[in-house]
Design a protein around this ligand. Structure first.
Ligand SMILES: [Zn+2]
Length: 127
């Protein structure tokens, strides 16, 4: 799964090359990457600069809309409540995240958003 591999590599580089926290996220629409983000909390001292929020902000600005319906987000770790809320509010259609804690960094879980009021998580899906 190329986008998850790319996202995990982003996270690794953020830690090894920038000394940041090992988190990355990318937003994909119609098979094309719209935006990427890494965790910049240590560099900016801003606790809201999580990878997912950075990617959502960049994708929204690029697409000139706050409605990211049809987009997918890939994150290197399980989203925190702040990022999960942003994913939900931006109408991102699917969210995938790696779960290194389960022993395989490319094992993923998938959130499927069917509407603003319904969210279902499918555990243990692997590609
Ligand atoms: Zn977060």
């Amino acid at each position: 799964m190329k986008w998850m591999e790319y996202t995990v590599e982003l996270a690794r580089k953020n830690q090894s090359e920038k000394g940041g926290k090992p988190f990355g996220a990318v937003i994909v629409k119609d098979g094309e990457m719209m935006a990427e983000g890494v965790n910049d909390v240590l560099e900016t001292h801003d606790p809201t600069t999580h990878a997912e929020l950075q990617a959502i902000s960049r994708a929204s600005r690029l697409l000139k809309t706050d409605d990211l319906t049809g987009c997918e987000i890939y994150a290197s770790g399980e989203p925190c409540p702040m990022c999960l809320s942003a994913i939900y509010l931006s109408n991102i259609s699917k969210a995938y995240f790696a779960n290194p804690a389960e022993g395989n960094p490319l094992r993923k879980r998938q959130f499927t958003f069917t509407s603003r009021s319904a969210c279902r998580m499918n555990k243990g899906i692997t590609s």
